[in-house]
Write a protein that binds this ligand. Structure first.
Ligand code: HEC
Ligand code: HEC
Length: 315
């Protein structure tokens, strides 16, 4: 055997061994293997902090400037309110919705998606790049449009743009999560947080009171009766409504989109235990609550119909 091959083989065995060890540590042996490089959707508190691809621990990141960018992007992703305060009006980190730093199956994973951009976006009615997408997340999910909890719209240069350093850093992290992935190939785990079309219940037939009863039963132990999140060990869920939540222009402010997150990612320790209907009733309850106003809603969905579940757009 040539030397190079032998080294490669040893590497393979070592990495396979590490994988097995990790899998055992993560799963207690009995759980189904995660899809590709992701943490499995069904999970325990043991895997809550696991990050299969952790740039803080990747010794192969040798270019110091690039490494700094990727690592800062990762830190912003997991602790947005502290690492990117000027663009974060909410108390919600990217990681609150994209669990395990965007690396958990059926929790809006972002692994291997960078090569799908630029992509046509109906809400924006144009082709958008990955940094454009990240800007949108800051503006809406992080509520960058009211960074100090007021309804005063900041001046345009105080808003995130595709060239803001924070946006570039987060885009660098997400791009790093795509290394080795085929450009233009949709990863199988993308777009799996959706309720099947035939299971969608017309919005006016959903009942926020039914949703509230389910919420009280299934969610308050971690999210609180007031929806603001309670400390559970070293995790604290983010505010589901109110001034510190995502704003009403966010994807998660749409009933069916929110139901898709809840259906497969929540309750945190028992995901996939709600029915499609229950997830939609709970989402109807959460979106019946007040949240910050996104001031640029009139610029969305130009040339197309506002989706029926975008309930905050009915003003
Ligand atoms: C309140 C929940 C929530 C938070 C917080 C959040 N996102 Fe998202 N994100 C979503 C949802 C829902 C989608 C799915 C698309 C949609 O909006 O309908 C999404 C989609 C995305 C996408 C596109 C994924 C794809 O496959 O095309 C990217 C990239 C992304 N988010 C990055 C971020 C970043 C970066 C942050 C933090 C700055 C963030 N998100 C914060 C809920 C959230
Ligand atoms: C065992 C605790 C627990 C239960 C029960 C639970 N959640 Fe969560 N939830 C969390 C944690 C923790 C996070 C944040 C995860 C993170 O940051 O890593 C979260 C995040 C969320 C998010 C993303 C935005 C945010 O506020 O953080 C939504 C939406 C959500 N949960 C909805 C629900 C709903 C609806 C239920 C009931 C069906 C539910 N959860 C039950 C612990 C729980």
């Amino acid at each position: 055997m040539r030397n190079g091959n032998r080294i490669r083989l040893v590497r393979l065995i070592v990495s396979a061994g590490v994988c097995v060890l990790l899998a055992v540590a993560a799963s207690g042996c009995a759980r189904p293997a995660p899809a590709g490089p992701l943490i499995a959707a069904s999970t325990t508190m043991v895997t809550a902090w696991q990050v299969p691809q952790d740039p803080l621990k990747d010794a192969t990141l040798t270019d110091p400037k690039l490494a700094d960018q990727i690592r800062w992007g990762y830190r912003i992703f997991v602790d947005t309110p502290h690492e990117a305060p000027r663009f974060t009006g909410s108390k919600v980190a990217c990681n609150n919705c994209h669990l395990n730093a965007g690396q958990r199956e059926r929790s809006l994973p972002l692994v291997a998606i960078a090569g799908m951009f630029p992509e046509y976006n109906t809400r924006a009615a144009r082709l958008i790049s990955l940094p454009d997408r990240v800007v949108d997340c800051f503006l809406r999910s992080e509520n960058a449009t009211s960074p100090h909890g007021t309804d005063l719209v900041p001046s345009p240069d105080a808003l995130p743009s595709p060239s803001s350093t924070e946006v570039l850093a987060v885009a660098a992290y997400i791009t790093w999560l795509s290394r080795g992935a085929e450009v233009g190939k949709n990863p199988s785990w993308r777009g799996q947080n959706t309720i099947a079309k035939e299971q969608l219940i017309p919005v006016d037939q959903l009942d926020a009171r039914k949703g509230e009863a389910l919420y009280m039963e299934r969610c308050t132990s971690c999210h609180g009766v007031d929806g603001q999140g309670v400390q559970v060990g070293d995790k604290k869920a983010g505010p589901l409504w109110g001034p510190e939540s995502w704003n009403d222009g966010a994807g998660a402010a749409r009933i069916y989109t929110l139901a898709g997150i809840i259906r497969y990612a929540m309750p945190y320790l028992n995901p996939n235990s709600l029915t499609d209907e229950e997830a939609q009733q709970i989402a109807a309850f959460i979106t019946s609550k007040p949240r910050p106003r996104f001031p640029f809603k009139d610029r969305d969905y130009v040339g197309s119909k506002v989706p029926v579940d975008a309930v905050y757009y009915r003003e």
